[in-house]
Design a protein around this ligand. Structure first.
Ligand SMILES: *Cc1c(COP(=O)(O)O)cnc(C)c1O
Length: 404
């Protein structure tokens, strides 16, 4: 064996035991004969074969090498191995967006007549995907309250095949009991799927609590700097192979350039998440002291009912918080419009702090009744706290408070 190969194998054995910070920087790296230190990008749609026999072997699957970038791409594989290592999963697959990750999971692992139980306050487009599109193909969905375990139990039917949730929830940071939900899924022969976008593996690893699959919108914290749209699914090889089969046929795969951006994003993931958590906690505590603020929702606050569970499941409380101002919708809008540093955008998971009025944007499609059920009142504002200086952020919130 060559020295180089031997060293490579030693590194892989070491990485199998390594900690998150090491994996975020080293896992899955490909190094070409050029000896580059940073990960290479392979912007190619297809690959050439040595000869006709090799082409035939690749197409038959006897040789697992590259054929076409809708099937495999080295940079995308690099990202997949790294996110799998971080989540503690056997395998992962990259997708063109977070929504493509959810779609591909459902299309490949469910069929007409199957039933899904989903938490009510998931990402709005996820609700729309289930109700407007997947239901058209014979999937049944029941939405339940994320934190009411009895509601989950009652919703299970003989044809239930999947439990799906997001925790902490958007925007009021409710926390699901991952251990209890995974036990419920196991007892009923269902897959338990967790959208881990808000926490990322730096703060929470749902697979360790018994989840079967983890979904990511890489667009958010995995990139963390608002540059690219992408997604991923992490789980056991058997499930991921099914999803890969769907992606190869249907096409919403991750681009090599985006995979490269996400790879570089992962390198600083834990540092950024710790900084997001620190800024968000400080801002939440500070907002709670302001008399013009009615209520603050953040799982790191003693006043939050999900704090104990979040402390058990999460390494930090995340970067997203929300609060109710004393006043009506017009007051909430005035608050938002008076801030200067915060970006007024519905996106989150960025180094730039973002501010949004959920009732008229992210949750605007819900009926009044659905919004009331989800606790999204007209005076609620969501802030995805970025990495600007905390004193400058407080000053920006004061501009909002002054406009109330
Ligand atoms: C943004 C988001 C998605 C969808 O991801 P895209 O990359 O925008 O397709 C799914 N789930 C959650 C929790 C999100 O925040």
């Amino acid at each position: 064996m060559s020295d180089k190969l031997e060293k490579e194998q030693r590194l892989q054995a070491i990485l199998a035991e390594a900690q998150l910070d090491t994996l975020a920087i080293r896992a899955g790296q490909i190094r070409t004969a050029e000896g580059e230190n940073a990960e290479p990008i392979f912007p190619t749609s297809s690959y050439v074969f040595e000869n006709a026999a090799e082409a035939a072997a690749r197409f038959s699957g006897e040789d697992v090498g590259n054929v076409y970038s809708r099937y495999t791409n080295p940079t995308v594989r690099n990202f997949e191995q790294r996110i799998a290592a971080l989540e503690g999963g056997e395998a992962a697959v990259g997708t063109s967006s977070g929504m493509a990750a959810i779609l591909s999971t459902c299309m490949s692992l469910l069929k007409a007549g199957d039933h899904v139980v989903c938490s009510r306050n998931v990402f709005g487009t996820t609700t729309n995907l289930f109700l407007k599109y997947l239901c058209k193909f014979g999937l049944e969905v029941t939405f339940v309250d994320l934190v009411k375990l009895d509601d989950w139990k009652e919703a299970i039917q003989p044809n239930t095949k999947m439990l799906f949730c997001e925790t902490p929830s958007n925007p009021i940071c409710e926390v699901a009991d991952l251990t209890a939900l995974s036990a419920l899924a196991k007892a009923n022969n269902c897959l338990f799927v967790v959208d881990n976008c808000f926490c990322t593996p730096a703060l929470q690893k749902p697979l360790e609590f018994g989840a079967d699959l983890v979904i990511h919108s890489a667009t958010k914290y995995l990139d963390g700097q608002g540059r690219c749209v992408g997604g991923a699914v992490v789980g056991c090889k058997e499930h991921i192979d099914e999803i890969v089969g769907f992606l190869r046929t249907c096409g919403p795969t991750m681009s090599p350039f985006n995979a490269w951006v996400f790879l570089k994003g992962l390198e600083t993931l834990r540092l950024r998440m710790d900084a997001h958590c620190s800024n968000a906690l400080q801002l939440a505590l500070w907002l709670e002291q302001r008399e013009q603020i009615e209520q603050v929702f953040y799982a790191g606050l003693d006043s939050h009912p999900g704090k104990a569970l979040a402390t058990k499941q999460q390494r930090g409380y995340g970067g997203v918080l929300s609060f109710r101002v004393k006043g009506d919708r017009a007051a909430a809008w005035r608050f938002i419009d008076a801030t200067c540093i915060c970006s007024l955008t519905a996106n989150l998971g960025d180094v730039k702090t973002t501010i949004v009025h959920p009732a008229t944007t992210t949750h605007g499609r819900l009926t009044d009744e659905q919004r009331a059920e989800a606790n999204i009142t007209d005076n609620l504002i969501r802030v995805a706290v970025g990495l600007e200086d905390i004193e400058d952020l407080k000053a920006d919130m004061l501009r909002g408070i002054a406009a109330l």
